[in-house]
Design a protein around this ligand. Structure first.
Ligand SMILES: [Zn+2]
Length: 370
């Protein structure tokens, strides 16, 4: 048994830190391909281009088409190769970042990641989630290395709609519970192949959870005013750095598989990754038979920041038995991380856990509101 801990080479976070991108980029390359969605490029494309220019780094902007799919990755690799690029800069949300990381991996060149939201833990990890061109989850790929630099400008993140920060908290919420399952089961981490998690990864996952409970609500209040406060800095660090390190080296379990399972339902595309992962976390705790006190703590947190606690909150209205059977079957596919659980998990067990978590969430919400 050997333990492994993965991390990006450099993590930089602060208000207006985007202005220092040239300093970090010039150590990594001289000819950059900047990949980003329309919103991301309009927010920071010009600033990045100017900062790189000051350091005599060439830069070409390429619009990301919206899906981290095999086709989009190879299109961007072709652009990069044609232009002799030796550095990728990926700006935007999880899918743009995963696409940029995959392009850098294919081209064997460094990458600077510039998240414009704190919605997922994609920025720090050495994995990418590949979807079909239609947005259905296909597979997770393990890249040769973690990003060379992750540059997080909290002023940009605070100006993004609050739903992104909240969704990121949903993704970060799963980190501790999934790592805890991996510690208990002592099975190889699907992502790293090693086990058990290092004490470091487990401690970071716990810290991530504690920060959410302590600062989550305050951070949400602040970003609703586009304000950067210490609570926002703490939550951005939890969502981006701690959750990223915690899930990758701590391991994934049921919460993310349940997320993947829900992507087979069309309605699930109306909600963000972290929103589905939050409900996946509640379902995981039910599935694992965790103490009620722990479930209530998670439910209270979700309600305080506005994360989903039932399927209705995920815009999955009136699901039928067949829908959830399909979700459960996708959740328990052979390659899914749900099998990291310390007991064998079947699709029927997942179905039962989903229906129970749904009722529990609905009833709990009603009780809290009355
Ligand atoms: Zn995630």
């Amino acid at each position: 048994m050997s333990r492994v801990f993965l991390a990006p080479s450099k993590y930089v976070q602060g208000a207006d830190t985007i202005n220092s991108i040239g300093t970090y980029a010039e150590k990594l390359g001289s000819n950059a391909l900047l990949i980003g969605g329309k919103t991301a490029l309009s927010i920071c494309g010009g600033t990045i281009q100017n900062c790189l220019q000051e350091k005599n780094i060439l830069c070409h902007q390429e619009l990301f088409n919206g899906e981290c799919s095999d086709r989009e990755i190879s299109r961007l690799v072709d652009v990069g190769r044609d232009q002799g690029k030796n550095l990728i800069i990926a700006a935007g949300g999880g899918k743009a970042i995963d696409t940029g990381k995959s392009v850098a991996h294919e081209m064997k060149i460094p990458i600077v990641v510039v998240p414009t939201t704190a919605a997922t833990d994609a920025p720090c990890s050495g994995e990418a989630v590949i979807y079909s061109d239609e947005g259905v989850f296909e597979r997770e790929i393990v890249l040769a290395r973690n990003p060379d630099c992750v540059l997080v400008d909290t002023a940009i993140i605070a100006r993004a709609p609050a739903i992104f920060l909240v969704s990121g908290m949903g993704d970060a919420l799963a980190t501790f519970w999934e790592a805890d399952t991996c510690v208990k089961s002592n099975k190889p981490n699907v992502l790293t192949g090693e086990f058990p998690p290092t004490l470091t990864a487990y401690a970071l996952a716990r810290l991530c959870y504690d920060i959410l409970l302590e600062h989550g609500f305050l951070a949400k209040m602040a970003v609703e005013q586009n304000a950067v406060t210490p609570a926002v800095e703490a939550i951005v660090e939890a969502n981006t750095l701690l959750s990223g390190l915690g899930f990758e080296s701590g391991g994934l379990a049921a919460a993310h598989s349940i997320h993947n399972g829900f992507t087979v339902l069309k309605e699930s595309s109306k909600t963000y990754h972290g929103q589905k992962v939050a409900f996946g976390t509640i379902t995981q705790l039910v599935l694992e038979g965790r103490p009620a006190k722990e479930l209530y703590e998670v439910l209270d947190f979700c309600l305080s920041v506005g994360l989903p606690v039932c399927m209705e909150d995920l815009h999955i209205a009136n699901p039928n038995r067949e829908d959830i059977k399909q979700v459960a079957e996708a959740t328990t596919a052979e390659e899914e991380t749900i099998h990291a659980t310390w007991f064998p998990v079947t699709a029927v067990m997942v179905e039962d856990a989903i229906w129970t978590a749904d009722t529990l969430g609905k009833e709990y919400k009603k009780k809290q509101m009355s």
